[in-house]
Design a protein around this ligand. Sequence first.
Ligand SMILES: NC(=O)c1ccc[n+]([C@@H]2O[C@H](COP(=O)([O-])OP(=O)(O)OC[C@H]3O[C@@H](n4cnc5c(N)ncnc54)[C@H](OP(=O)(O)O)[C@@H]3O)[C@@H](O)[C@H]2O)c1
Length: 324
Amino acid sequence: MRAAVRTSYGPPDVVRIGQVDKPTPRDNQVLVKVHATTVNRTDCGFRAGRPFFVRALTGLPRPKVTVLGSEFAGEIEAVGHSVTSFAVGDRVFGFKGLPFGAHAEYLVIPEDGFLASMPARLSFEEAAPGTEGSHYALSFIRKAKVQRGQDVLVNGATGAIGSAAVQLLKHLGANVTAVCGPEHLELVKALGADRVIDYTAQDFTRDTQRYDVVLDAVGKSSFLRSRRLLKPHGVYLSSEFGPLSQNLIVALVTPLLRGKKATMNLGRDDPRMAGYLRDVLESGAFRPLVDRRYPLEEIVEAYRYVETGQKLGNVVISVEPSTS
Ligand SMILES: NC(=O)c1ccc[n+]([C@@H]2O[C@H](COP(=O)([O-])OP(=O)(O)OC[C@H]3O[C@@H](n4cnc5c(N)ncnc54)[C@H](OP(=O)(O)O)[C@@H]3O)[C@@H](O)[C@H]2O)c1
């Protein structure tokens, strides 16, 4: 089968389209014919082998994980003997953590993995970006124990995590202030934000409002700078470790103290989230923001674009049948 393969760590052009063996489902697995996937920041990190510690997970000195790709939407082509929840022909979407493998024509995943049936009215390209940014966003929201009526600030509201966070927070009934660039203020309001801050016009850490939760979904701030935004028992979360890993350090120390605290969440791909995400996609409460689409053959270009740090939401890869 065709797949985007890399055999070393490095820049986007270490990836090339090649042929690899089609996987065979074990008893508890389903074989999914992938129609659409994404290139996201997780793929970029594991492709580059940065931060360095990710190589401990994917292989030293060369990657043993050669086909990346975590999110997918497609059709079940075969099921293992003991599979009861899915059948051949089902349209499904999901998230495949290590050892990844969604940048390919086929993947296998356990039936109790991060997998759900696709809402009927969504296309594969609409459903594929439904799990990566959103499961990080949902992990952050659950970690911070956000409640209805709470005030939450989301920095980086146009990223995959931030755009999902705004929508999922509104679905929960939170009051959301979102920080984004000047061209996207209306877009972010349309996602549900109650209030928007243009980061080119105002430093959000100088805002006069106080928040129960500050979520920096693009990791551009620090707890020390954002602390003043928090209410007395407010919580700060960031998607990055921050300069000198300070967000990690304060996340270890501040929970031991009373008052404002920082916490970290590296994202948990809890399979039970799949059903929740399916429901919010079905109801329309969550619509993954899609920026560009590329065919699998142009995945290197997709990587280059994602690495600009300027994508709006998600970059989708269409895995069309081979013409050769
Ligand atoms: N913790 C984890 O396990 C984990 C997993 C995945 C990703 N991440 C990290 O999470 C972050 C977000 O990833 P993502 O895929 O959601 O999005 P992303 O690609 O990093 O974010 C792109 C968006 O961020 C906006 N942006 C850039 N600089 C900004 C700033 N200073 N203030 C506000 N918005 C800004 C850009 O808008 P403009 O073009 O308008 O600036 C763009 O729309 C990344 O840093 C990534 O490395 C962490």
